[in-house]
Design a protein around this ligand. Structure first.
Ligand code: AMP
Length: 408
């Protein structure tokens, strides 16, 4: 087998216009997932890609679809994505690589007025990118016929499963022709995902791109500290940082309150979580992308699949309870060619979750540095030291107490 590093886009039977679009996008060589996925996909085979966002998987399925559907009139491909943001990114990738080939892409996602969907569908798309809920709404109300679909892509199937979309996906698949090509991308092969694959795919080619690939390039650090020491440390890190920072909190309310606190300190933060109106989410992303708000505070679900380049620092304000979420979160930095820093806060109650991550990614996870709350509240962040002299850990000096109250 040829070394994947030697593979060139010129090795694939792609149209001249696609090659030009790849040049314009600055894609010099296929990334490993593309080198492995494009040839079988061009042959019409079913493909399961075990890869997470940041590996180049979108182009891995978009390029063969563009080649197959360019200049066709029918709606020939359906791409399902778990979140609106991911759907928007996939649409952007199809536009970037497919527009010159005459490809027309439409997006159908929840949270926007129905009129927008009708306008999108009237544009005679040949690729439809959709989230499952809204798409089902259209199918069930007879507003959309999918009987010309030749290619189905289920992106981030594991997250679809986590978000409870599997029944919806079954209903959508039932509305598609049985004779079609199916491609599925997932970071992990959960049992339910495996079941969908077995039931709906024909002899799929399996391609695995290391789950921790993007994480390799990110430098990681973990601070173990008390819950009430997290906020002052976050503010300190945000004040120090110069580039884009993505902060993860566990709950929507946590995102709301952290955003308020950070903005009250005149650090510009945008927020994103599932309860926000689509307009608000779009604005947050645009502000983060443009650098107007260099800080984005998000829940996992909203941030999943975000493709924002130049995120230098990911901060896990709340340590994730699911080890794979850790990998996804830190994969937001160090994407493709870049490198970045991932800082995680873990309270003593999070130790078992830290161990879960260690089981998943092994020694790449550094040992936690223990921080005493007093040192966090002061101006220096110092690793735990043996208390000297009469000082007892947990006791603060007057100025430290004042500093803690002020910043908390
Ligand atoms: P994805 O995993 O699809 O979200 O892609 C991650 C990033 O990689 C996106 O910003 C793409 O534009 C970029 N990308 C995809 N393929 C290539 C390539 N062959 N060369 C350079 N960058 C790429």
């Amino acid at each position: 087998m040829s070394n994947q590093n030697d593979v060139k886009f010129a090795d694939f039977p792609l149209s001249e216009t696609i090659h030009q679009s790849l040049d314009q996008a600055g894609f010099e060589r296929p990334l490993p997932i593309q080198a492995a996925c494009i040839p079988p996909a061009l042959e019409g085979k079913d493909v399961i890609g075990l890869a997470q966002t940041g590996t180049g998987k979108t182009a891995a399925f978009a390029i063969p679809i563009i080649q197959r559907l360019a200049n066709k009139m029918e709606l020939g491909a359906l791409v399902l994505a778990p979140t609106r943001e991911l759907a928007a990114q996939i649409t952007a990738a199809f536009n970037e690589l497919g527009k010159s080939s005459g490809l027309r892409v439409a997006t159908i996602v929840g949270g926007v007025p129905m009129e927008q969907d009708f306008a999108a569908l009237r544009s005679w798309p040949n690729v439809l990118v959709a989230t499952p809920g809204r798409l089902n709404d259209h199918i069930e109300n007879g507003r959309l016929l999918l009987d010309e679909i030749e290619v189905l892509v289920v992106d981030e199937a594991d997250r679809m499963h986590d978000m409870g979309f599997i029944p919806q996906i079954h209903r959508i698949i039932a509305a598609l022709p049985r004779k079609r090509q199916t491609m599925m991308f997932t970071a992990t092969m959960a049992d339910d995902v495996e079941r969908i694959a077995r039931k709906n795919m024909r002899d799929p080619v399996r391609i695995q791109i290391g789950i921790t690939a993007p994480a390799h390039r990110a430098k990681q650090e973990i601070f173990e500290l008390a819950e009430d020491a997290k906020r002052p440390l976050l503010l300190k890190l945000l004040r120090k940082s110069t580039g884009r920072v993505l902060v993860f909190a566990r709950t929507k309310r946590g995102v709301d309150s952290l955003t308020r606190i950070v903005n009250a300190r005149r650090l510009k933060a945008a927020k994103i979580h599932g309860d926000l109106e689509q307009g608000h989410r779009d604005e947050s992303l645009a502000n983060f992308r443009s650098g107007h708000c260099p800080i984005l505070i998000a829940t996992d679900i909203a941030a999943r699949g975000l493709d924002v380049s130049g995120i230098e620092h990911v901060i896990n304000y709340d340590f994730p309870h699911n080890a794979e979420d850790y990998v996804h979160r830190i994969g937001r930095t160090a994407r493709v060619e870049a490198s970045g820093l991932a800082t995680s806060f873990a309270t003593p109650l999070d130790r078992r979750f830290v161990n879960d991550v260690r089981k998943l990614i092994g020694d790449k996870l550094p040992k936690p540095t223990r921080l005493e709350s007093y040192s966090v509240a002061s101006t220096k962040v110092t690793p735990e030291k043996k208390p000297k002299g009469r000082y007892r850990s947990g006791r603060r000096s007057g100025s430290q107490r004042r500093a803690a109250t002020k910043s908390g």
